[in-house]
Design a protein around this ligand. Structure first.
Ligand SMILES: *[C@@H]1O[C@H](CO)[C@@H](O)[C@H](O)[C@H]1NC(C)=O
Length: 279
């Protein structure tokens, strides 16, 4: 009896092995990076920048409201640094973009939506460009433009968004600045060097800080491809010891979220496009 059962077993194993092998080759082929429009494939990136945005500064330029703009959530508007994106970068200061034809699919990240709404919200009503000549949501833009270039570290949209959330949870810039005494304020100004030192001491990396009209607008943390922290300065910037781009003064502010429609805010005359940041 045992021998009659033993006969078909090797065949079964062989069939199983074949099935597994075929499935693996098929998925490997699907994951291959497809360069856009016949261009040469873009080379692998050197490091990641986790770009964080300060809603108190971004939301000052909100001129109209819409449901997908977190600046419009009233007292529920974010009061912490939120995610802008996780960007593959090159050491020469350039970056790859739109690396595959993979289209953003909201269904792939449906289990992450609550966390993304909270920590990776859009701070504008605009529809940023996607890679195939269209417009899309903030998440579609970030995935198609930057996320598709994160291969081979991330193989799909879900992994990219999940890993970005995880790295963001691990390096809480808001806590570090609050603990160093840099709390949101519409009147205080803080030394840029103090903010940089607080981050350096906590995370052992030099961030890059971007300002708009003297306010911190964006703070970037940088990581090697294995997510060990590294300094953000690259290329020419290293020589000049640059830690800020876009004219951060020596003393910067970290504004609280100004509620919309408040009187006397400056900048009304110099309307800034929602998509002014070219990233
Ligand atoms: C980071 O810290 C702030 C302030 O301490 C807290 O409100 C926020 O929930 C933290 N963010 C994450 C993602 O853990």
């Amino acid at each position: 009896m045992s021998s009659s059962l033993a006969q078909p077993l090797p065949w079964l194993l062989l069939l199983l092995a074949l099935a597994v092998f075929t499935a693996e080759t098929a998925s490997a082929a699907e994951l291959e990076v497809e360069p856009l429009g016949g261009k040469a494939p873009q080379r692998e990136f050197d490091y990641f920048a986790l770009a964080l945005q300060w809603p108190g500064t971004y939301c000052q330029r909100t001129r109209h409201c819409c449901s997908n703009n977190a600046c419009c959530r009233g007292s529920n508007a974010p009061t912490i640094f939120t995610i802008h994106g996780l960007w593959p970068d090159y050491n020469d200061g350039t970056w790859p973009a739109c690396c595959t034809k993979s289209r953003f699919d909201p269904k792939e990240i449906s289990t992450l939506t609550d966390a993304l709404e909270k920590y990776w919200p859009s701070l504008s009503c605009g529809s940023p460009s996607t890679c195939q000549g269209g417009k899309g949501t903030f998440w579609a833009h970030e995935w198609e433009k930057h996320g598709t270039c994160s291969s081979p570290v991330f193989r799909n949209e879900y992994d990219y968004f999940l890993a970005t959330l995880n790295i963001y949870f691990k390096y809480n810039v808001t806590t570090v600045l609050n603990e160093a005494g840099y709390v949101p304020s519409n009147t205080e100004k803080y030394p840029l060097g103090g903010i940089v030192s607080a981050i350096e001491n906590a995370f052992h990396m030099s961030p890059l800080i971007i300002c708009s009209k003297g306010s911190v607008e964006e703070l970037r943390l940088c990581f090697y491809n294995d997510f060990k922290p590294r300094d953000c300065a690259v290329g020419q910037d290293i020589k000049t010891d640059m830690v800020s781009k876009g004219s951060c003064p020596k003393y910067v502010s970290l504004p609280e979220h100004a509620s919309l429609g408040g009187p006397g805010r400056d900048g009304l005359q110099s309307w800034v496009s929602d998509d002014a940041a070219a990233f």
